[in-house]
Design a binder for this molecule. Structure first.
Ligand code: MN
Length: 449
C-alpha cells in the first residue's frame, strides 16, 4: 500500500493554514480517484489533512457548522510509533496452546502475536521463533519419539513461549523515545497501547531503525521556522503558498506553487476549478471562510481580484452572502463583551518612545465596534491605571471596526499631541474613518510630529 501523504499548514495555525489543508486533501483524493478510473492499476493514496496547533475559533465554528472533520493534530514531521507499528499481529488469549498461537500467526501472515489475559488486557507477546525454541526444548528421544514429544510440546500453554520483557509504547511516541523504552526494558519488542488500554500493534527495533521518512505537502508556509519540527527529515513533495519564499530547499524537484494572492485557500479553489472537480458545500464553506479571514473580508490591501472572484464562486455554492458570512466568522472570535479588560486593551499594544516620554498605542480589532464601545468606561479606567503605573505620556486605544473601516480613538493621559497630529479633540471618543493601520496611519505621524 502506498504511504499516506500528510498535508499541513504552519505552526500556530490560522484559519487559512487549516482550510487549505482540508481543501487540498479533498481535491487530491478526488484527482487520485479520477486517475484510478482511467487506470485501474493506479493506487489512491491516503491524503491526511493535519494541523500543528489548536483550531482558531472561526475554524472550529465553520467545521462544526458544515460537518467537516478537524485535521489531525500532529506534533512534528517525524514518524511516530503509530506510523511504523505492525497492526496485523493477531491477538490471542493466554489460555491457548502453542499450536493455536502458531496457527493464528500463520493466518495473519505475521511472526508475532499479542497475548491477552482473561480480561482482555495486554499480557505479553509471542513469536514464531520463541515457539520453535520451545519445541526444540520439548523434543526428546529418537525417531518417532521425537515426533511424539514435539506434538505434545505443541499442546503446552502459550505462556511457555511468551516474552519476559516487552516495552509498552503509545502511538504518538517519537521513535527515539520508543528506542529508549526498549533499551530500558532490555528488549527488541514493543507493544502499542492507546489510552483506552486497547492494543493497537507491535513494533520491533528493526521497524524503528528502518522507518521511512513521512511524505508531506506544505500549505500556507514554506519557511522552516514556521514548519513542523523535523520537516528537514521528511519527504516534502509539494508546496502551495502565498508568502515570500524563505529558506526552503529540496534535494529533488517538486511541485511548488506560490502566488501573491490573499490566501492559500484562494489558490486551492482555483486548482479545483482548473481540474474541473466539483467543490461540495462543506469544503466550499471552509475555503470561503479562509479567504475571508485572511483578507479581512476582502478589505485588506493583500486582497486581489482573484480572491474576489473565488469568494463569489464559493459563496454561490455555500448559498451565503460573503460579507454576512465573514462577519459571522469574525464574531466567533468573540471577546467584545466577554474578553477580560486587560486583554481587550492590552492584547495588541505597543510602546513607542517619543524622546523622553513613552506612550502606549493599543489596538482592538472588531466587526462590532458598537458592542466594543459599550465598554468604553471600563477600558478608560484600565488605561488610566496603566498610564499611572507605567508613567506613559498617554495611552491611545484604537477600536478598529474592520467592516466600517475606521477606528475610534480613546486617549487617557495627555491627549494634546494626539489632538494636534489628527486635528481632533480626543477628550472624548472620536471616530476616525479610514484609519485601520496602527503602524502606518497612527504611530508614524505621531512619531514624526
Ligand atoms: Mn494564509
Amino acid at each position: 500500500m502506498a504511504q499516506p501523504i500528510y498535508i499541513v499548514g504552519h505552526k500556530n495555525p490560522d484559519n487559512d493554514a487549516i482550510a487549505a489543508a482540508v481543501g487540498l486533501a479533498y481535491l487530491k483524493t478526488k484527482l487520485a480517484e479520477r486517475d484510478q478510473q482511467n487506470n485501474p492499476e493506479a493506487e489512491v493514496p491516503t491524503f491526511i489533512p493535519c494541523r500543528l496547533g489548536p483550531l482558531p475559533a472561526e475554524t472550529q465554528w465553520v467545521l462544526d457548522t458544515y460537518g467537516v472533520d478537524a485535521p489531525q493534530l500532529i506534533s512534528d514531521a517525524r514518524p511516530h510509533v503509530g506510523q511504523v507499528m505492525n497492526a496485523n499481529a493477531p491477538q490471542i488469549y493466554d489460555e491457548v496452546t502453542l499450536i493455536d498461537g502458531m496457527s493464528a500467526m500463520k493466518k495473519a501472515k505475521t511472526s508475532v502475536a499479542v497475548v491477552l489475559d482473561e480480561t482482555g488486557s495486554f499480557e505479553s507477546l509471542v513469536t514464531t521463533s520463541a515457539i520453535g525454541k520451545c519445541l526444540i526444548k520439548a523434543a526428546s528421544g529418537e525417531g518417532d519419539q521425537i515426533m511424539g514429544s514435539i506434538s505434545s510440546g505443541l499442546r503446552q500453554n502459550i505462556s511457555y513461549a511468551t516474552m519476559k520483557n516487552v516495552a509498552k509504547l503509545t502511538p504518538d511516541m517519537g521513535l527515539d523515545e520508543a528506542k529508549e523504552a526498549m533499551n530500558a526494558a532490555h528488549t527488541c519488542w514493543g507493544v502499542v497501547i492507546d489510552q483506552y488500554d486497547t492494543v493497537l500493534g507491535t513494533v520491533h527495533r528493526h521497524d524503528i531503525n528502518h522507518a521511512a521518512p513521512l511524505n508531506f505537502i506544505l500549505v500556507d508556509h514554506n519557511e522552516s521556522t514556521q514548519a513542523a519540527d523535523g520537516i528537514k527529515d521528511a519527504n516534502v513533495m509539494e508546496v502551495i503558498d502565498h508568502h515570500r519564499i524563505g529558506d526552503f530547499t529540496t534535494t529533488s524537484p517538486i511541485e511548488y506553487l506560490a502566488l501573491p494572492w490573499g490566501s492559500t485557500a484562494t489558490i486551492v479553489t482555483t486548482r479545483f476549478r482548473e481540474y474541473g472537480i466539483d467543490i461540495p458545500k462543506s469544503i466550499a464553506a471552509v475555503l470561503l471562510s479562509a479567504i475571508l479571514t485572511d483578507t479581512v473580508i476582502l478589505k485588506s490591501p493583500t486582497a486581489t481580484s482573484v480572491d474576489e472572484e473565488q469568494v463569489a464562486y464559493l459563496s454561490d455554492i455555500v448559498g451565503v452572502d460573503p460579507t454576512e458570512f465573514g462577519m459571522k466568522l469574525f464574531k466567533t472570535r468573540g471577546g467584545d463583551s466577554d474578553m477580560p479588560i486587560d486583554e481587550f486593551v492590552g492584547a495588541d499594544s505597543k510602546e513607542f518612545d517619543l524622546g523622553g516620554t513613552t506612550v502606549l498605542i493599543s489596538q482592538h480589532e472588531t466587526v462590532d465596534s458598537e458592542t466594543s464601545m459599550k465598554r468604553e468606561d471600563e477600558a478608560r479606567e484600565y488605561m488610566k491605571k496603566l498610564q499611572g503605573e507605567k508613567g506613559y505620556g498617554f495611552v491611545l486605544l484604537l477600536v478598529t471596526d474592520i467592516l466600517k473601516e475606521g477606528s475610534y480613538f480613546l486617549v487617557e493621559g495627555d491627549h494634546s499631541l494626539v489632538d494636534k497630529v489628527f486635528d481632533i479633540d480626543s477628550s472624548k471618543a472620536v471616530w476616525m474613518p479610514g484609519i485601520m493601520s496602527r503602524k502606518k496611519q497612527v504611530a508614524a505621524p505621531i512619531l514624526s510630529a
